[in-house]
Design a binder for this molecule. Structure first.
Ligand code: SAM
Length: 283
């Protein structure tokens, strides 16, 4: 069955991307779009734009709804513009949601209990909800109370309020260390560490300094019958092979794959690289 998406990359170029989120069309900065726009005629259709020319500025934000709901990959998500130019979704991660859901559906056929899925740095919950819909027992963790509330509201939008998702506001390192002590484990883990972030009590997280420790802890909470670990990143320098090497060092033997996360549109729209992914799968 084809489920139409409310997301579409319409064009990119001149350091910007033009995207449609349901009824809302936005132009936002995108440093890697170093080419000429392919569809210059489309850019006037933007309802609002964002730039970082003199501070962080929306133009036309007053024309947008305060919030609105889109359906992407079968998941309903509430969107709203933030002062940093974000919307509560990173559409380049949607291919990971679909892959996770298909792996979980396959696993359900051969396992007697639902796989446990841990989403770290989980933001507004797209991957958590895709996993919950595919039958996983989910644990959703983010240090930002506001983001966890947003993810909870998204769960309600999807009718998943009683699906047993554990929503946790905590620092990734502190949480994982406690899970190791409690002997809790997971078959599937997704982590999308920020270049730079803050834990619940202001703990500084820097990907280049902290990611190895995080992955070693992830290795300690993996169950004896693991399925997969996915590491994604938007940090410059964290190429697909860098992410894959990190997974191999922390988790050892496994099937390793990696690639670029892409924003995608119709057949005549250039794919837009937006970060990288690597996956470790139990062999
Ligand atoms: C890049 S976003 C993740 C995007 C999300 N995975 C997605 O695909 O939609 C990074 C998230 O990590 C959270 N974060 C940053 N530092 C953290 C820490 N030390 N512990 C837990 N969460 C943290 C932020 O609150 C933010 O929501």
């Amino acid at each position: 069955m084809h489920i139409p998406d409310d997301y579409e990359l319409m064009d990119s170029g001149n350091g910007q991307k033009l995207e449609r989120f349901g009824p809302v069309i936005l132009a936002r900065p995108c440093a890697q779009a170093v080419w000429e726009p392919r569809h210059p005629e489309l850019w006037d259709s933007a309802n609002a734009s964002f730039d970082r020319k003199e501070g962080l500025n929306w133009h036309g934000r007053e024309r947008l709804p305060e919030d609105w709901v889109v359906t992407v990959r079968g998941v309903r998500m509430r969107l709203s513009t933030t002062d940093f130019g974000h919307l509560g979704i990173f559409p380049e991660t949607m291919d990971q949601w679909s892959w996770i859901a298909s792996q979980l559906r396959d696993a359900a056929k051969s396992r007697s209990t639902a796989p446990r899925f841990l989403n770290l740095f989980a933001y507004s919950g797209g991957a958590t909800l895709a996993a919950a819909k595919a039958g996983a027992q989910c644990c959703h963790l983010d240090a930002s109370k506001g983001m966890v509330e947003w993810a909870r509201a998204n769960a309600v939008l999807n009718g998943l309020q009683n699906s047993g998702i554990r929503f946790i506001v905590d620092d990734v390192g502190g949480f994982l260390r406690r899970e190791v002590r409690r002997g809790r484990n997971y078959e599937c883990v997704l982590l999308d560490p920020p270049s730079f972030g803050r834990g619940k009590r202001g703990e500084l997280y820097k990907i280049e300094k902290n990611v190895q420790e995080t992955l070693n802890l992830v290795g300690q909470v993996l169950s004896d019958t693991p399925l997969f670990v996915i590491l994604t990143s938007h940090t410059p320098g964290f190429s697909p092979i860098v992410l894959q090497n990190l997974l191999e060092q922390a988790l050892g033997q496994g099937r390793l794959t990696c690639g670029e996360m892409l924003l995608r549109g119709g057949p005549d729209v250039l794919d837009l690289p937006s970060g990288n992914w690597a996956r470790w799968q139990a062999t």
